[in-house]
Design a protein around this ligand. Structure first.
Ligand SMILES: [Zn+2]
Length: 210
């Protein structure tokens, strides 16, 4: 695989880079000023710039397991995802934040597995706590508790709603949203057909993105 990637970079330099050379020159000279913070899953099947047809400079991208947003915590620990969110909002001044969940998300499925004895997954286990509210909500709402695929699909969507709520625990995000300077969006990408649904807060449902 590594040799394939090395060949891939050569191909990129010889083809795509040339096409975008002017754009990169501009981005080097003036720096980046993306309008959007895109928070997606690390899943290899969800490739933000591919599915949005976006270009270098368009989106500041944060990917982590489950596209989770940790709640605001002003302490002395290391908070990689929170730092990226803070930087995008307070330094880059993005206008929009997209939380993009997706179908067949391994993180959401893992919420239903017992990882308590997995000693090599201490950080994953802790991180997955950010999905626990989505799991609880799903199990309280869903009627057929034997249909695991339906449970996973609902959990993926409920989690997007939770992460939107978590975004608003950041004082600067709350302030900017209330001031009309920032919009936050919950999107759901379907791996099987490439389409996206968005969360409509007024109807509390996911609808086709138009
Ligand atoms: Zn995922």
């Amino acid at each position: 695989m590594i040799s394939k990637l090395i060949k891939g970079n050569k191909k990129f330099k010889d083809t795509h880079f040339h096409k975008l050379e002017g754009k990169f020159d501009h981005l080097v000279e003036y720096g980046q000023s993306p309008d959007v913070l895109f928070i997606g899953c690390s899943d290899s099947r969800v490739v933000p710039d591919l599915i949005m047809d976006s270009k270098p400079g368009d989106m500041f991208i944060l990917r982590n397991i489950g596209n989770f947003v940790p709640t605001y915590k002003n302490d002395d620990d290391f908070h990689g995802s929170s730092a990226a969110i803070e930087y995008a909002v307070s330094v880059l001044n993005v206008r929009d934040i997209i939380i993009c969940g997706h179908s067949h998300c391994g993180a959401c499925e893992s919420l239903y597995k017992d990882l308590s004895n997995e000693e090599d997954l201490v950080h994953v286990r802790k991180w997955l706590e950010l999905g626990s509210k989505a799991k609880e909500t799903t199990l309280s709402k869903i009627k057929d508790k034997s249909d695991m695929q339906a449970i996973y699909r609902m959990t993926e969507k409920e989690s997007i709603k939770t992460q939107l709520e978590n975004l608003l625990t950041y004082p600067e995000i709350l302030r900017k949203v209330n001031a009309g300077q920032l919009d936050i969006h919950g999107w759901y990408y379907k791996i099987e057909d490439g389409s996206i649904e968005y969360f409509n807060g007024e109807t509390d449902s996911f609808e086709e993105l138009k």
